[in-house]
Design a protein. Structure first.
Length: 312
């Protein structure tokens, strides 16, 4: 099996927590050849997608845990599968990369996740397709509408549509003296849309990350508990993770979302659930594999690679 991976510079990742690293470890364990690429390595010529890539080998050595060799340039369609694991920002360069990967996909290489799915599914806004699962939600760039939403719900979360790791997420209450400046900052004075959601008090019990593989959930989630004095549970914002079993409501939400993700070629996704409500659908580079593997003696990457093999 010839596996390509498009990711951030491998030397910059935290291998103890990085989900891409877990996937690559499992691929190497299976004897798959791994070709490492970064975004800048991809290009197109005569309507075909190519990349400069290097052979990647992982080592059980904390000082030298990977090595790269055998640099070459070849058509991406020569690979069996490509993992698109580049972290946001989801900018125009990211979109251009998905177009290049779609050329490879059309030429017979399975890209995970599907490039069109990556373009179409905004990780915040795609929740709007599942209104039965979400808290009251508004997407707007108009300050008056956002103020009306706050007046109706009294306590809301306001966040950008292109953020990650809890960046620029605000909790707003009706009496907050900073309402105007927060709305102005997030919308850039009405030039950018933002998402408002009714505040969910159950965040104190954690923001659950549920992983879905080929539309089916892993039976355990990582509940990311906010640090004292914080609203955000994101690990990048100081939260800590605790393992929890999926509830009946969690399974119901997965039944609503999973088939649509599968239909759009999203083999690996991470949905966020607070209390009884779906809040985000992550498809670019979902995380938490390592944490759940360690907590429950799982091998989520093996489940994913099994799904990839079944599609091939």
């Amino acid at each position: 099996m010839h596996l390509g991976v498009v990711m951030d510079p491998i030397g910059s990742i935290n291998k103890k927590k990085d989900s891409t690293y877990a996937m690559l470890l499992e691929a190497q364990h299976r004897g798959w050849e791994i070709r490492y690429m970064e975004q800048a390595d991809l290009f197109a010529s005569h309507a075909k997608a190519y990349a400069r890539s290097q052979s990647l080998t992982l080592h059980d050595d904390p000082q030298a845990w990977f090595s790269l060799a055998d640099e070459s340039t070849a058509e991406l369609a020569a690979l069996d599968c490509i993992l698109m694991r580049k972290d946001p920002p989801f900018n125009m360069e990211y979109i251009y990369t998905t177009h290049l990967l779609e050329l490879a996909h059309q030429a017979g290489c399975l890209v995970v996740n599907h490039p069109q799915g990556l373009r179409d599914i905004n990780e915040k806004m795609f929740t709007l397709w599942f209104d039965q699962c979400t808290p009251p939600t508004l997407v707007s760039r108009q300050a008056d509408r956002l103020r009306e939403f706050l007046a109706e719900h009294q306590d809301i979360i306001l966040k950008p549509l292109d953020g990650m790791g809890g960046a620029s997420i605000f909790r707003l209450r009706k009496e907050d003296p900073n309402i105007s400046v927060i709305i102005e900052t997030l919308t850039e004075y009405g030039q950018r849309s933002a998402m408002a959601q009714a505040f969910i008090p159950e965040i104190s019990a954690g923001d659950k990350r549920i992983l879905l593989i080929d539309g089916k959930p892993i039976a355990y989630a990582l509940a990311r508990i906010p640090a004292p004095g914080e609203t955000r549970g994101n690990l990048a914002a100081g939260g800590h993770g605790e393992g929890v079993e999926l509830s009946e409501r969690d399974y119901w939400i997965c039944e609503q979302v999973g088939p649509t993700l599968k239909e759009r070629g999203i083999l690996f996704a991470g949905i966020d659930v607070i209390g009884d409500y779906l809040t985000e659908i992550n498809v670019t580079s979902p995380t938490c594999i390592r944490e759940l593997d360690n907590l429950y003696n799982l091998n989520i990457s093996a489940t994913l690679l099994d799904a990839i093999e079944s599609h091939l």
